[in-house]
Design a protein around this ligand. Structure first.
Ligand SMILES: NC(=O)c1ccc[n+]([C@@H]2O[C@H](COP(=O)([O-])OP(=O)(O)OC[C@H]3O[C@@H](n4cnc5c(N)ncnc54)[C@H](OP(=O)(O)O)[C@@H]3O)[C@@H](O)[C@H]2O)c1
Length: 267
């Protein structure tokens, strides 16, 4: 698949994996639309790309009306949509016994409902153009991880919904896929919610040792090009998904050891 002149919508393109996707798609000659909640970050993004077809909109994907306006203004600007990448996402780190239920709801609103809203509004145009729909899921969408219960639930929900959509779209020649990155060096762990639903503001990982957002974006673009069904990234990610499928009880114990010390959640 050639991306030249294709209209690519990437939610959450002002940072991390989304920003790397914006950059890579623009370099391949695509017309790109992206959104985020923070106006200044989007403005900064746009000033980095003078004179290129980049449409930016302030929109919170958990808000149905914001998604409607974002998708409608993209169609007004570029005439239609070929590829939608549901990338905007939020994580959390808190035990279920401590966490405010509203933090769980926020995770579902952004990660699951954000995907549903953007996909629903973009669907008629994507069907018309025989395009592609992508969900950026996570390893936690294949395996429940302690401290990330609602993050896991939201990504399981996203994958299940996209899997159903994938088969519904066969008759329209639209490819639906989901990508499960492992640990990628971005802001996701810093902006993750704590038990009270506030940003934690720090990462427990050595981010310099993780896969870069640019490498992750390359894998995603390759998967779109090859019309793949699903992709799991990083060696640890692949090992976790494999072990969970074939040796779930052993994996439970390994994951407990990795995430807890002295009965306390450490990562
Ligand atoms: N990094 C990893 O290790 C990792 C691993 C597996 C999966 N993922 C998934 O990859 C995707 C991208 O994450 P990332 O690591 O690149 O995170 P990131 O660095 O925190 O970037 C998130 C992007 O999404 C935007 N965003 C967040 N909430 C939004 C909302 N409600 N509405 C619209 N935009 C929103 C942010 O902009 P604003 O803050 O301005 O809204 C930002 O541009 C997520 O779905 C995440 O779950 C990441």
């Amino acid at each position: 698949m050639d991306f030249n002149n294709k209209v690519v919508v990437i939610t959450g393109g002002s940072e991390g994996i989304g920003r790397a996707l914006v950059n890579s798609m623009l370099n391949r000659g695509a017309k790109v639309a992206t959104c985020g909640r923070n106006h200044d970050k989007l403005y900064q993004l746009q000033t980095n790309y003078p004179g290129v077809p980049l449409h930016v909109v302030v929109a919170d994907v958990s808000n149905e009306n914001d998604c409607k306006k974002f998708i409608a203004s993209t169609i007004d600007t570029f005439g239609g949509i070929d590829i939608l990448i549901n990338n905007a996402g939020l994580s959390m780190r808190a035990l279920i016994e401590d966490a405010d239920v509203n933090a769980f709801k926020r995770l579902m609103d952004v990660n699951f409902w954000g995907t549903v809203y953007c996909t629903k509004f973009a669907l008629p145009s994507i069907i018309e153009r025989k395009g592609t729909i992508v969900g950026i899921s996570s390893i936690v969408g294949n395996r429940g991880i302690p401290g990330r219960s609602a993050y896991s639930a939201s990504k399981f929900a996203m994958q299940g919904w996209l899997e159903a959509l994938r088969v519904e779209m066969f008759q329209h020649d639209v490819n639906v896929l989901w990508v499960s990155p492992g640990f990628i060096a971005t802001n996701i762990r810093t902006s993750a919610l704590n038990a009270e639903g506030k940003s934690i503001g720090e990462t427990p990982m050595d981010e310099s040792k993780l896969m870069s957002a640019e490498d992750c974006a390359d894998h995603i673009i390759h998967a779109i090009k090859k019309k793949k069904r699903t992709v799991v990234l990083t060696l640890t990610g692949k090992a976790t998904v494999f072990m969970s499928k074939f040796f779930p009880s052993i994996t439970d114990k390994y994951i407990h050891k990795f995430f807890f010390k002295g009965g306390k959640l450490i990562k």
